[in-house]
Design a protein around this ligand. Sequence first.
Ligand SMILES: Nc1nc2c(ncn2[C@@H]2O[C@H](COP(=O)(O)OP(=O)(O)O)[C@@H](O)[C@H]2O)c(=O)[nH]1
Ligand SMILES: Nc1ncnc2c1ncn2[C@@H]1O[C@H](COP(=O)(O)OP(=O)(O)O)[C@@H](O)[C@H]1O
Length: 207
Amino acid sequence: MNTEKGLLIVLSGPSGVGKGTVRKAIFDDPITDFEYSISMTTRKMRVGEIDGVDYFFKSREEFEALIEADEFIEYAEYVGNYYGTPVQYVRETMDAGKDVFLEIEVEGAKQVRRKFPDALFIFLAPPSLAHLEERLIGRGTESKDVIAYRISEARKEVEMMNLYDYVVVNDEVLEAKRKIQTIVEAEHLKRERIEARFRKMLLEAKK
Ligand SMILES: Nc1nc2c(ncn2[C@@H]2O[C@H](COP(=O)(O)OP(=O)(O)O)[C@@H](O)[C@H]2O)c(=O)[nH]1
Ligand SMILES: Nc1ncnc2c1ncn2[C@@H]1O[C@H](COP(=O)(O)OP(=O)(O)O)[C@@H](O)[C@H]1O
């Protein structure tokens, strides 16, 4: 275990659960000192989104060339569009000792689990599926068909909750934010304790 390297934090959960909202609350809080990894996507830019801030927006051809070049830690096709985490920023930031935060859907999170077994996996769950549908309708960014598809995907995704280290229910945004911050803090303390114990044992073994 190397506590000098930053921690990789993965926040996942069904679409519409509030990942983006909670992530924004986390990064709006000045006490947060982890870095957000901006994803790439082939989805169309929504009103108010900025290229290079919300996502790096790419064509399918560009995205597929980057897959070929092994430039992603993980990627997934979700509701007809690609989404992926560029590898370089994550590696450089973790190597510099800073924590990196990913907000990704569950298929991508599974791939990260395989590549970074040491990462911290947090599942954001809705208080209920009815809440989830309400939030997707309320956001008003998708058609009825897309919402129905996302709800059917969410049913399957919620079953994957037990593969995560923690489940945080997104009832109140600020409460969910606070819980995630506490989990990350606790994880650092745990890793430092394990490393200290390991060092002590090494010293003893040398005697
Ligand atoms: N696998 C993966 N999923 C991502 C990535 N970036 C965003 N997503 C997820 O893709 C899904 C769709 O995102 P988006 O189109 O922005 O819609 P919204 O999250 O429902 O507002 C969400 O579940 C995001 O968390 C990524 O880099 N990799
Ligand atoms: N705790 C919450 N209570 C009520 N509404 C919420 C909460 N968190 C998010 N929302 C709303 O739910 C909708 C979906 O949230 P969003 O962050 O876009 O989800 P995701 O990124 O997981 O797809 C948005 O309209 C958002 O304002």
